[in-house]
Design a protein around this ligand. Structure first.
Ligand code: NAP
Length: 465
């Protein structure tokens, strides 16, 4: 009865793994199809939904987080269920999904980080920016981490928006941070931070930086912070200069950077120093702890495809620091039973259809969206068309669908299974209670919310609600 799936008598049963923006946009895209009746179950490892909107977006970027209102609206659809605190691979497996759902969407993002591959990278005091981001945002995985903020200088490697976020947070005043939803423990630790200088290292030039205009402009508006740019770093080679013509973002960035380079008064107590065309080549340590980073000056070399890549010039410099954050990009992590492409760090796929990388053969009924599909690029909004494209592929595949058997289609079967395996799963209405509790705690202190940052704490709050 293949043709019936997606109708009132036999709704399409879809599981979505993950609850970040890509997951919600996929759900929205499915619900928007008036010709399709579909039931969506969303599974998430953490009790709380929203992925990087909750655990990645910087606390001082409050307005970006209002996008969750759209996700809340999607979740009110009677054909939507949320199962938080449910881990794929243990609480619910690939085999379970194949057994109970017509189609599965992986929306798991990129949960690890890239390495620089240089000596000393793993010394104490050198770590991925993604961990620091998770920590100040109250991600339960990082809530117990400690950061030694007794040093005056921190070096941040990378020229993307994550590097901008961590640099900014490190020098933002306590008064400003205290108005945000930053995790309480991080707020307290940063309050006593001795960090006065953040040096950002871009391996290519200012025209190749991947940070966006508002983030760069924000640097210049930070109270009590000097932004220092060497004018010589802004002199462009011919190819970079030519690339500006078709790259409005880079053009505007250059304009802003020139403004910073022209500033001559540097009287503030904190500073961000933006360096370009330099690569860390070794992290130097003492007693297992970071002491300095050795960097090499680069020049840009054109590749066959026209891109400009950095190449060392043999000119070296050593910067003393006790803390090095590498903000060189996120990386996906393989899911048990799901084909993974090691070269891209994504779930192996062609335009959202999961494939067997060795043969290129499509795995029927399995799809991917977001960073797990295309890699860790783009902003929240990028996920909307990305998810819609995967949903279009899902619908195109419907005529070939091999539907789940009638007795396995009953939505109650999943609740039954989870009650046995993971009785403390968190529903959307339970999340709404946690949300209300966090907001109430925040209101009392004039903050948007005070986050619960431990899973046990969340479950206890729910037990008492
Ligand atoms: P990203 O934009 O890809 O930046 C990574 C940076 O690391 C690049 O500057 C890259 O330089 C550099 N890099 C990579 N390998 C390196 C190495 N071995 N040595 C030195 N530098 C190296 O990634 P991201 O900052 O992690 O951000 C991820 C995505 O989230 C981006 O799309 C970003 O825009 C988005 N995001 C947006 C916001 C916002 O909208 N406010 C906030 C945070 C994140 P090359 O260019 O030379 O490779």
């Amino acid at each position: 009865m293949k043709h019936q799936t997606g109708t009132e008598s036999q709704p399409l049963r879809v599981a979505i793994i993950g609850a970040g923006p890509a997951a919600f946009y996929a759900a929205e895209s499915l619900f928007k199809r008036s010709e399709l009746i579909c039931q969506i179950d969303m599974f998430n490892r953490l009790p709380t939904p929203f992925g990087l909107v909750r655990e990645g977006v910087a606390p001082d970027h409050e307005s970006i987080k209002s996008v969750t209102r759209i996700y809340d609206r999607i979740a009110t659809n009677p054909n939507f269920r949320y199962f938080g605190n449910v881990t794929f691979g243990t609480d619910i497996t690939h085999a379970d999904l194949k057994e109970f759902y017509d189609q599965v969407i992986y929306a798991v993002g990129a949960q690890s980080d890239r390495k620089m591959g240089i000596p000393g990278e793993d010394l104490d005091g050198s770590f991925p920016a993604t961990i620091f981001v998770g920590w100040y945002n109250g991600h339960p995985d990082y809530a117990e981490r400690q950061f030694d903020l007794t040093q005056e200088r921190v070096v941040v490697v990378g020229n993307g928006n994550v590097a901008m976020d961590v640099a900014r947070i490190l020098v933002t005043s306590h008064e400003r941070l205290a108005k945000t939803d930053m995790a309480d423990y991080a707020l307290e630790a940063l309050r006593y931070s001795k960090v006065r200088e953040v040096i950002m290292l871009g391996r290519r030039g200012p025209a190749q930086a991947t940070f966006t205009n508002p983030e760069l402009k924000e640097f210049g508006e930070l109270e009590g912070v000097d932004v220092i740019v060497n004018p010589a770093d802004l002199e462009l080679d011919e190819t970079s200069q030519a690339s500006l013509e078709s790259d409005k973002t880079a053009r505007k960035n250059l304009e802003t950077l020139r403004g910073y380079a022209a500033r001559t008064e540097h009287n503030s107590s904190r500073r961000i120093v933006m360096r370009f065309l330099v690569s860390p080549i070794e992290v130097l340590g003492e007693d297992g702890k970071v002491k300095a980073v050795k960097i090499e000056k680069n020049k840009l070399v054109a590749q066959d495809d026209g891109t400009l890549r950095p190449r060392g010039t043999g000119q070296f410099e050593t910067i003393e620091t006790g803390m090095l954050m590498r903000s060189v990009g996120y990386r996906g992590v393989a899911l048990m039973g799901v084909p993974f492409d090691e070269s891209t760090g994504t779930i192996a796929n062609i335009a959202g259809r999961v494939i067997q990388p060795s043969s290129g053969e499509v795995k029927p009924g399995e799809y991917v969206v977001g960073w797990a599909k295309r890699g860790p690029t783009g902003i929240i909004g990028t996920n909307k068309p990305d998810s819609a494209a995967t949903v279009a592929a899902m619908l195109e595949d419907l005529p070939q669908l091999n539907p789940v058997s009638a007795e396995k289609r009953d939505p109650a079967r999943i609740e039954q299974l989870l009650k046995e395996r993971k009785p403390d799963y968190v529903s959307y209405s339970a999340w709404n209670k946690l949300n209300a509790l966090e907001i109430a705690r925040g209101t009392a202190q004039g903050r948007p919310r005070i986050k619960l940052t431990r899973v046990a704490e969340m479950l206890e709050a729910l037990a008492q609600a």
